[in-house]
Ligand binder design. Structure first.
Ligand code: SF4
Length: 390
């Protein structure tokens, strides 16, 4: 892989085994109310015609059970709007846990406090996915400056303990070249962060006559090139393809092991494959996250993995160097950190080209639709046809 062609070849990656009915994630939106109103919100919460409504708890519970039946999911992602505004959030989380799944909450972070997080942890909260990026703040600040906000949230979540933490960052041309700041920060703070996701912004056509403006859109290639400037040796491990194009990558993941603010090595595709296969064999489900709470590996686990997986020999070698440098490192756990790009649908020959095995599908009028396309289903009955490619 070189900078000129930073996208990895599909044949070198593991295709995540997710399908419509066997998928680690079930997506449930519990409110259309929001307290941040990010410009270009794909649910239209920033629009004057948005009607803020909390879903009644009985309807939410029905949706959760239907998701469990249809998706065989490991986690339920509660989204919105801003889920922390829903007065029954604690009860919903308890309901998910009582039904054998892990509750994750998407949030803009505004209402996070130590008390709100620890209260939800008691109900069974397993993960938080916090959107922090300069696009949601009208570009009034930089990604580098926002790292102090990420740290603030990360430390709050860490103090409660045992909660899987993802930072989600929406990207366009304005902040693309700042993605390196987010990655460097997350590696330096691997004690706090498990997962970093970049999502290129796209436009939902709320009105049929709206003009599409793709002048600031970025694509998987742009993200790969940008990330390579700070992680020159990056290796990708897994992907999801597109439904319509044979070689298009829609989800791209790299996973790496971090200790003492250093990447010890990239886990490679075989690790993700073995993990998903064994997880399915022993639990009957595919996994959204690595590990029960946070994603850690200790020395012994890394050495054992090195017996079977070549990529882990490099990781084990670098870990031993760290132990020689400071023997206390023998007793430290390393973080398994994931970096993921999610490329929203484009259109191929006028047909909407979604992610194959979309993990973020939700129920709308009794059927599964990708959450990114919900507004077009709601407003126009189907996704609008546009002659663009992603
Ligand atoms: S919701 Fe859209 S962008 Fe997200 S995984 Fe599904 S199809 Fe892809």
């Amino acid at each position: 892989m070189n900078i000129a062609n930073a996208l990895p070849e599909i044949s070198t990656l593991y295709r995540l085994p997710f399908t419509k009915n066997d998928n680690p994630n079930g997506w449930v939106e519990i409110t259309t109310d929001c307290n941040l109103k990010c410009p270009g919100c794909y649910r239209g919460c920033d629009r004057d015609d948005n009607i803020p409504v909390h879903e009644p708890i009985e309807k939410v519970k029905e949706n959760i059970l239907e998701m469990k039946r249809l998706r065989n999911c490991q986690i339920i992602s509660l989204s919105g709007g801003e889920p922390f505004l829903h007065p029954e959030l604690g009860n919903i989380i308890r309901f998910i846990r009582d039904n054998g799944m892990y509750p994750f909450v998407h949030t803009n972070g505004v209402l996070l406090t130590h008390d709100s997080i620890s209260g939800l942890k008691k109900e069974g909260l397993a993960g938080l996915i916090i959107r922090v990026d300069s696009l949601s703040r009208h570009r009034s600040t930089s990604e580098e400056k926002l790292n102090s906000l990420r740290k603030h949230y990360g430390e709050m979540v860490y103090a409660v303990g045992g909660i899987h933490l993802t930072f989600l960052c929406v990207v366009n041309h304005d902040n693309l070249n700042e993605m390196g700041d987010v990655i460097n920060w997350s590696v330096e703070n691997s004690k706090l962060v498990d997962f970093v996701t970049f999502i290129p912004i796209r436009q939902v056509l709320f009105d049929k006559n709206e003009q599409l403006d793709c002048s600031k859109w970025v694509y998987a290639e742009d993200l790969c090139k940008q990330v390579q400037t700070v992680l020159p040796d990056i290796r990708y491990a897994a992907y999801l393809g597109s439904r319509l194009e044979d070689a298009r990558i829609k989800w791209l993941q790299s996973s790496y092991i971090v200790m003492n603010k250093k990447i010890l090595g990239y886990t490679g595709p075989k690790f993700v494959e073995s993990f998903q296969m064994f997880h399915h064999l022993f639990t009957g489900k595919y996994a959204y996250k690595f590990g029960k709470g946070r994603s850690y590996l200790n020395f012994l686990q890394i050495v054992l993995l090195a017996i079977f997986l070549r990529d882990f020999r490099v990781i084990a070698g670098n870990l031993i160097k760290e132990i020689i440098r400071n023997p206390v490192n023998l007793f430290r756990r390393s973080t398994v950190q994931l970096l993921c790009y999610i490329i929203p649908p484009g259109f191929v020959n006028g047909i909407r080209d979604e992610c194959d095995g979309c993990p973020d599908a939700m129920l709308y009028e009794g059927r599964l639709v990708p959450s990114c396309g919900l507004e077009e289903f709601k407003r126009h009955g189907k996704p609008l046809e546009k002659q663009i490619v992603d």
